[in-house]
Design a protein around this ligand. Structure first.
Ligand code: ME8
Length: 510
């Protein structure tokens, strides 16, 4: 049943420019949004930038800019990257947007009015790179003998002491455990759910949610001398974008049926703090939290300091937009960590795009040119490919629903292989023109029609090109599933164009 599909990525910090790790989450989200539009859902896809906090303020200072100037410049880099990669959100939110300030103030005023916020002195370890507090025993030993290192960036923590506002997170231990028990599928995959549960069962300490030492942030409505701690401002973007504090009806229509995508680095904030804040504000926790692993380069998390960041534009230059999107969606299953390899990217491009899909199209177009005067015949209702296609469509749909694009594309490419196998078995290029040849070619054209639709969330450009070359009007992205996936939709009698190779084979790097 079509419904509403609210999909989010993390909002990225503007201290740094986007690399393939950010692109992985955003391309995955964009592909999911496109799939859900195909099945008729009313989709709202949200991404954006996280612009407040000490980390951004320091990055701006180091660059000799004001935080606002720095945020404007870097937010533009994120927008350009998403334009480049055909990532098309319905809203690109910036935490400096005025409606976001209003939503944060309204949300946390509610939490305050509900009695979950109090004033105290904060003294403890803080990692600016993570914008997170750490208990002494959570830090790694520092080989230089200085303060312990944070476990994510391995940078020395800093000692902070301030008069702050605190959120009574400890009071939400049991409500969170109850919510996890009642919603066993809220956090996926299950390993990440267990990790979140482990954090809650390990005990939750109250946390400071304000800063008096900086003024780059959202001002606290009941204490204008302080700003909110950046995470407490950032998480609320998900509520701002659907009208929290400005349009209650819209908010009620979309919340809590959200699908958050995030990597494991920010699991604690999304799977523990965010649901607790929502409960404290009298709202339901998010319905779906989909947590993926890290994309590593040379086995290490990408970072400026490791000098191992890879930027999307460099790969797009070699592989094109579709080659980029296909690789990350197909080769990095959603959930586990995955190491980036240029060689693997070339192999995947050659095997799946140049060989399987590219060959199917060029073979069919060539033979239709030779044996059918360039006019594509209709498929056979009783084609041996019909039941195989139905299986692939079913498996792809289930995989997209389960936030597993790599399985969805695997199922889609199974159908391409089945069609290539039928051509190899029947060899229509060797046969005399006639009903037999027409039938096989019609079946293969029908597979190309189906594959254009099924692959369109990944291949934003070439799926439309296949569609056009087999003579169809409109675009695969405008089709509606499941109706459009019924066998026999290719009408026949359409001009088929061979054209240049869709995906010229790439050479392996020397
Ligand atoms: O954490 N592998 O922003 P951020 C996979 N502003 N995904 C990666 C990745 C990698 N190597 N590197 C980055 C923040 N990502 C906060 C979020 S949300 C309310 C606030 C992706 O710029 C992944 O989605 O550090 C990860 O969770 C996110 O970028 C972190 O982006």
């Amino acid at each position: 049943m079509p419904g509403r599909y609210f999909l989010t990525t993390p909002i990225y910090y503007v201290n740094d420019v986007p690399h393939i790790g950010h692109a992985y989450t955003s391309v995955t989200a964009d592909a999911l949004a496109r799939w859900h539009r195909l099945v008729g859902d009313d989709v709202f896809f949200l991404t954006g930038t996280d612009e407040h906090g000490l980390k951004v303020a320091r990055a701006a200072e180091a660059a000799g800019r004001t935080p606002q100037e720095h945020a404007d410049l870097t937010a533009a880099r994120f927008r350009e990257t998403w334009d480049l990669l055909d990532v098309v959100p319905d809203r690109f939110i910036r935490t400096t947007d005025p409606d976001h300030h209003e939503a944060v103030r309204a949300f946390l005023q509610r939490v305050h009015d509900n009695g979950h916020i109090y004033r105290d002195t904060y003294a403890g370890w803080y990692c600016v790179a993570c914008e997170a507090y750490y208990a002494e025993d959570e830090l790694l030993p520092n080989p230089d003998g200085g303060p312990g290192l944070d476990p994510i960036h391995e940078r020395p923590a800093e000692w902070f002491e301030e008069d702050n506002w605190f959120f009574r997170l400890s009071a939400f231990e049991q409500p969170l455990l109850d919510w996890y028990a009642a919603n066993p599928d809220a956090v996926a995959p299950v390993g990440k759910r267990n990790e979140a549960l482990g954090l809650i069962k390990g005990g939750l300490a109250d946390i400071s949610i304000s800063r008096s030492s900086i003024d780059w942030g959202v001002r606290i409505p009941w204490d204008e001398d302080q700003v909110f701690y950046v995470w407490y401002d950032a998480l609320i973007n998900y509520a701002t974008a659907i009208g929290y504090g400005s349009d209650p009806e819209r908010f009620a229509a979309w919340w809590p049926h959200v699908h958050h995508l995030l990597a494991k680095d920010i699991l604690r904030f999304h799977c523990v703090y965010w649901p607790a804040m929502l409960l404290a504000a009298g709202e339901a926790p998010p319905a779906h939290l989909n947590v993926h692993g890290y994309l590593t380069v040379g086995g290490k998390k990408m970072s400026k300091t490791s000098l191992n960041q890879i930027f999307p534009a460099d790969l797009v230059a070699d592989f094109g937009v579709d080659g980029f999107r296909y690789h990350f969606l197909r080769d990095n299953p959603f959930g586990p960590d995955g190491d980036f390899s240029y060689e693997a990217m070339v192999s995947r491009f050659n095997a799946d795009l140049a060989n399987n899909l590219g060959n199917l199209l060029s073979r069919v177009a060539t033979v239709v040119g030779k044996k059918c005067d360039g006019v594509g015949p209709a498929p056979r209702p009783d084609s041996p490919l019909a039941p195989l296609a139905a299986d692939c469509v079913r498996d792809a749909a289930a995989a997209w629903d389960a936030v597993q694009p790599s399985h969805a594309l695997e199922a889609t490419w199974r159908l391409i292989r089945d069609a290539n196998a039928l051509l190899e078995e029947t060899e229509p290029w060797k046969a005399e023109p006639g009903p037999e040849v027409d039938g096989v070619l019609g079946d293969a054209l029908e597979v190309l029609r189906l594959v254009s639709i099924l692959a369109s969330p990944a291949l934003t450009r070439s799926a439309a090109e296949v569609w056009r070359r087999i003579g169809l009007d409109g675009s695969p992205a405008d089709q509606r599933l499941p109706e459009a996936a019924a066998w026999g939709g290719y009408p026949g009698g359409l001009p088929v164009e061979k054209g240049a190779p869709l995906f010229p084979r790439l050479k392996r790097p020397e």
